[in-house]
Write a protein of this length. Structure first.
Length: 235
């Protein structure tokens, strides 16, 4: 029997609002059976995103303060609280059928941890300790954030793995609802820079494997989105 496929697509750098709209468009097509399960891989320009459980105190000084400093602020439908996205961070948006949300999140954590193990970094999920600890951790340092939104049994949003990005913007706000959280990255843990291209491949493979799916790499054109949205390549 042929295994079901996970179509993986690299989208380059995309503004958060455009990526959110694209996810909804593609989710409708997955729900309709026009597309199989998808995994979108991309980067965002600097942006703070607020999940459904975010509170005003999570973002000190207010939204305009950060926008004036070049960091956009966007409210989202995903679960979780405030997080940061920026260049050098690997963002993954699985648009997949998901009937068991805790299992879906746990599988996401395990896939990221497996990819990190290939880099020699021992990591683990901690979602069993409560919503605030969802994500992937290296000892007590957080290296990947997770927040999903399920509609009609299909997911959107997903994970953000710190690869070679600046983590200081996390420490200027209350990231993930944890005032004392210390964020880390592959570059900080390993001392190696320039691993983003490698991690895109490793994470995509590990993610498909964790779900028992066969990965198929597709272009934006194959999804029918390139004509409407030019997508620059990641460095």
């Amino acid at each position: 029997m042929t295994r079901r496929e996970l179509w993986t697509c690299q989208l380059g750098t995309l503004e958060y609002g455009a990526a959110a709209a694209l996810q909804e468009e593609l989710r409708e097509r997955v729900i309709a059976g026009e597309l199989p399960d998808l995994l979108l891989l991309l980067e965002h320009p600097p942006v703070y995103t607020l999940g459904r459980r975010s509170e005003p105190a999570d973002l000190p000084f207010g939204e305009q303060f950060w926008r004036a400093r070049g960091i956009d602020v966007v409210r989202t439908q995903r679960g979780g609280k405030l997080t940061y996205h920026g260049p050098g961070q690997l963002v993954g948006y699985p648009i997949m059928h998901a009937s068991d949300i805790p299992l879906f999140v746990r599988t996401m954590e395990e896939a990221i941890a497996a990819a990190l193990a290939e880099e020699g970094i021992a990591a683990r999920g901690r979602d069993h300790e409560g919503h605030a600890y969802t994500g992937v951790w290296v000892q007590e340092r957080k290296i990947a954030s997770i927040g999903v939104h399920i509609s009609r049994g299909v997911s959107a949003h997903g994970f953000a793995l710190n690869v070679d990005n600046d983590v200081e913007p996390f420490h200027q706000v209350t990231a993930c609802g944890l005032p004392d959280v210390r964020m880390t990255s592959i570059a900080l843990e390993s001392g190696r820079h320039g691993t983003l291209a490698c991690m895109r491949k490793r994470v995509a493979f590990a993610y498909a494997q964790a779900h028992g799916l066969r990965q198929r790499i597709v272009t934006p054109q194959r999804l029918g989105i390139a004509a409407a949205r030019p997508v620059p390549s990641i460095r």
